[in-house]
Design a protein around this ligand. Structure first.
Ligand code: HPA
Length: 269
């Protein structure tokens, strides 16, 4: 495993013209951040040794390097989901490669179903904590000496970055909520009873990604910041149908607000 990570990192180092310390996983709702990246150069996932290939609709697979404002960054366009059939080690492989490349801070976005009754569709939720319900743990197995066997998760989402993001949102007049992201395996959206259960468990929003990457990033000592776009609501007593198209539409509508916050935060952090 470590050998594969190093092999991939060595390949990337051989093509990298910059040394970014910031990485961004362009989840749903953050696709248009790509348009803000300057001095861009790209590497297709299919050309990267050991990299999984992304299959889900609306995600194309490549690493994009360049500048966001004045910061050197690397961005993942297309992430790997457990529901696609990848193991947790595959889902999180790119994050371990990031660690080898010298990444210090990771920014993530996702689409999520809101369970907090204060939320409305289109809201941005700064992730303050998460609940892991995935059936496989990304750190299961022999510990890679990037971090402790039993890593601390008390501050998985960096409090300083959260505070900064709230400041930025206030300055720009963007409504932001804050909450707990509950990660579930998918690919089904929740039944009404599951939304109620996940809310009672302490989740404010539920989605099918992010938690594995964040766990591995923290194990690697990488700081993390994340935002969920609330694309649909699963509220107690209200049964609604959810479709992938609706999720995309709500996420697209939230893109400009997401992009503003991330761009500014990356530059201030
Ligand atoms: N549940 C799980 N994942 C999601 C949802 C949801 O309601 N919305 C967007 N991703």
């Amino acid at each position: 495993m470590l050998e594969k990570i190093k092999e991939t990192a060595d390949f990337l180092k051989s093509v990298m013209k910059t040394q970014p310390e910031t990485a961004i996983i362009l989840g749903t709702g953050l696709g248009s951040l790509v348009n803000e990246i300057t001095e861009k150069y790209e590497v297709q996932y299919k050309d990267i040794p050991n990299f999984p290939l992304s299959t889900v609709e609306g995600h194309s697979g490549k690493l994009i390097f360049g500048k966001l404002g004045s910061k050197d960054i690397m961005a993942m366009q297309g992430r790997f989901h457990y529901y696609e059939g990848y193991s947790m080690k595959e889902v999180t492989f790119p994050v371990r490669v990031m660690r080898e490349l010298g990444i210090k801070t990771l920014f993530v976005s996702n689409a999520a179903g809101g369970m907090n009754p204060d939320f409305i569709i289109g809201d941005l939720m700064i992730i303050k904590d998460h609940i892991n319900t995935f059936p496989e743990h990304p750190l299961r197995g022999k510990n890679i000496e990037y971090g402790d066997r039993f890593p601390d998760m008390s501050k998985a989402y960096d409090p300083e970055l959260i505070a900064m993001a709230k400041e930025i949102a206030a300055e720009k007049g963007i409504r932001v909520m804050e909450g707990v992201y509950l990660g579930t395996q998918g690919p089904t959206f929740e039944t009404p009873a599951e939304y109620v259960m996940f809310h009672r468990m302490g989740g404010d929003a539920v989605g099918m990604s992010t938690v594995p990457e964040v766990i591995v990033a923290r194990h690697c000592g990488i700081r993390v910041f994340g935002i969920s776009v609330i694309t649909d609501l699963g509220l107690e007593g209200v049964v609604v149908e959810v479709s992938h198209e609706e999720v995309q539409k709500a996420a697209d509508e939230a893109q400009p607000r997401m992009t503003t916050i991330f761009k500014e935060l990356v530059n201030r952090s």
